[in-house]
Design a protein around this ligand. Sequence first.
Ligand code: AMP
Ligand code: GLY
Length: 424
Amino acid sequence: MNILVIGSGGREHAIISSFSNSNKCSKVYALPGNAGTELLAENIKGDVNDFELIKKVTLEHKISLVFVGPEDPIVNGIYDFFKSNIELKDVNIIAPSKQAGLLEGSKDFAKDFMKKYSIPTAKHKTFSIKNINEADSFLESMNPPYVLKADGLAAGKGVLILKDLEDAKLELRNMILDRKFGKSSTKVVIEEFLDGIELSCFILTDGKNYKVLPFAKDYKKIGEGDKGLNTGGMGAISPVPFLSNKFLAKIQNKIIKPTITGIMKEKMKYNGFIFIGLIQVEDEPYVIEYNVRMGDPETEVVFPRLKNDLVELFNSMGTSKFKSVKLKISDKHAATVILVSGGYPQSYNKGKTIDGLNNLSEVLVFHAGTKKKNDSIITSGGRVLAITSLANSFELALENSYDQINKIKFDGMNYRKDIGFDLL
Ligand code: AMP
Ligand code: GLY
């Protein structure tokens, strides 16, 4: 079977690696892919939102399974595009519908959904130009810090956490009136700050039955000790050592089951992943956000632990088989460390030659912002490489990744040396 993977990050390289382990997989194409996916798949140039091109590629290469990595094409309706097209409707596309995509594409929609299905989350109110006059008194009624979220997609940058009330009032105006995040901040969700430890939960569902994948913890801040600006993710580990069976049962009962019930009751078409960003406050789980895709860099620690044949697993979705499939999860602990370009998440240079990739042992190297240039591999993005190890503990896995990272070099290379620091 021929497979198409949409996207170009570490997540897509990790997924393609898992597909390559399936004997049901004949050929994989990546659109657009990176220098790492090129080792396992054929890269096809193009934009992830160019649905006509994706259609052409799907038909030309007789693709039967499409895996959609990033949120943009999902929120833009790639699932509906396939299902409403006579030539594409039988292709198994791993992505939820546009309606379900709103769980990630609109924070306001997600908050209403959680309220309707009694799913624990921070208290909130949504503001737009219509009710902006009421925002000051709402902010005054809350305790600092103040959490302001752009309603729409903002590439992980749309959340502001502010200590000062006057700053919060000002930023709210910047977001709504001055469109700080473009169209994404015409509506802004203001919510209660939750103080706790975050973890990432992943569900694979066909909208009826579901499987809970291994949990992971991701490190979003650029600086050690979780300081500084938010990034797409600087490292991750799986499993999550503090996740007890008792807490898992609470997540199942209070969050996962009602989420699936909500999806069914709202008649959302779903054929993919729900990534629930959770926070543990005292002994209770709350939803910070929904995403309608896998996480990155979490995929780089979750998928190396998943031993099922990925083609079989995805092709069982929507059939009676899916319910009885058992996930085979490795007992090993996985850790990944992300190597980034100097300056990221702000401006950074591209085109730096990466050395040392051929001398690594016992690590999985997933490429993100990389490109081939003649015989070299050069940087082409902020997050450049994910260096994953598997071992009997996350400490040992990290030790191995850090050890091997010493052999890799590019101009301006930066990474966090303290992934997992809060769990020791
Ligand atoms: P989001 O894009 O909604 O995941 O938010 C990005 C990050 O902001 C989260 O990973 C949290 O670290 C933080 N955050 C978001 N909402 C809250 C909240 N209500 N309380 C505390 N931290 C939050
Ligand atoms: N690692 C967070 C995300 O993928 O959104």
